[in-house]
Design a binder for this molecule. Structure first.
Ligand code: ZN
Length: 338
């Protein structure tokens, strides 16, 4: 009998040890998706505090982190993932643009890790972050209270769109509510404003900027050896993109440029990993918003009520539907100025 117990102990003891050594990563904030050996996408989860998507790319000698999430706490999980996957040491953090959800994890990385952006993005972060963080002290706390009350009063199904929308926005405002206590703005220290290739033993990594697009200045990461593109917020997948901080002609120029690259897997700034079809959908969305505004019969004596304009059927399942009205207003102002 003793021998049987000993054998059982050996069997289960050893198997549990094996289980512990295998890397199993589960985060409430993002899903880790392997795109190739040494290339991963971290895709924001509903209810999580990642908010934007992040890329982890090991070129064989050094690891790049593309964007750094909204929450510093969640960015710390990236350090754990890189260690557990036994990737090369993190050498560079890339900020695709200056929006808060892509940059606020910068502060958790050690000082010997370089932060790369375009020069304009570096300037925007340095100048705008203190102002934005001060503003968040007011409006983010109010918005969090609003979404928190929606959650507390919610009685429907947890798979309903209404519930998932609460789960989309409540964590965003929760993180922003605390930013004035938590954020130590870390401004990028290396600027890339054209194309720079970082050769590696496993793959080359290209950082590419064409200037204006989704913002005053955008930067993307392309891996020619694997046909993988991390597009930042120049592409949203099945989500309304946010147009008002963008430049439509230049944004379209970026999308045309993406079509000249070999892309099999495209990681958007928001939404799931997809393929090159997302590039076409983004172009179509920008064009559709333009056409909707252009076709409005104008009565200059009455202010337009953009909330009465219906979301086209093909976008009715897309997330971030609040952005549709903002996008209409933005496009209307732009067309008025043409
Ligand atoms: Zn953005």
């Amino acid at each position: 009998m003793k021998i049987l117990f000993f054998c059982l102990f050996l069997l289960f003891g050893v198997s549990s040890c094996i289980k512990k050594t295998a890397f199993e990563f589960a985060s409430p904030n993002f899903e880790l998706i392997k795109l190739a050996d040494g290339v991963y996408a971290c895709i924001h989860k509903f209810g999580g505090k990642a908010i934007c998507n992040v890329g982890i790319i090991d070129n064989g000698t050094e690891t790049f982190i593309f964007d750094s999430f909204l929450s510093p706490e969640v960015a710390k999980e990236l350090i754990v993932v890189v260690e557990k996957l036994k990737l090369s040491p993190i050498k560079y953090i890339v900020n695709s643009h200056a929006h808060n959800d892509h940059i606020r994890g910068n502060q958790v990385f050690s000082n010997d890790i370089e932060i790369i952006s375009t020069a304009v993005t570096g300037y925007e972060i340095a100048v705008n972050e203190p102002i934005d963080i001060a503003d968040e002290k007011e409006y983010a706390i109010q918005s969090f209270a609003f979404y928190d009350s929606l959650l507390n009063e919610y009685k429907g199904d947890s798979t309903d769109r209404a519930f998932l929308n609460i789960q989309m926005w409540r964590p965003y405002y929760e993180v922003l509510s605390n930013s004035h206590n938590e954020i130590i703005t870390r401004v990028p220290n290396i600027y890339i404003d054209s194309i720079k290739t970082f050769p590696g033993t496993n793959r080359d990594i290209q950082l590419i900027s064409r200037g204006k697009g989704h913002t005053k200045s955008d930067l993307v990461l392309y891996i020619p050896n694997d046909n993988i593109l991390f597009a930042g917020d120049l592409v949203f997948n099945e989500m309304h993109p946010y147009l008002p901080s963008g430049y439509m002609d230049e944004w379209n120029g970026w999308l045309d440029y993406f079509n000249t690259l070999n892309v099999d897997q495209l990681v958007p700034g928001h939404g799931n990993v997809g393929g090159p079809e997302q590039i076409f959908k983004m172009k179509e969305y920008i064009s559709d918003v333009y056409v909707i505004i252009k076709n409005i019969k104008r009565d200059t004596s009455v202010d337009l009520d953009f909330t009465k304009i219906k979301i086209p059927e093909k976008y009715k399942d897309w997330w971030f539907e609040q952005f549709f009205v903002s996008n209409l207003k933005f496009m209307n102002t732009k067309i008025q100025q043409e």
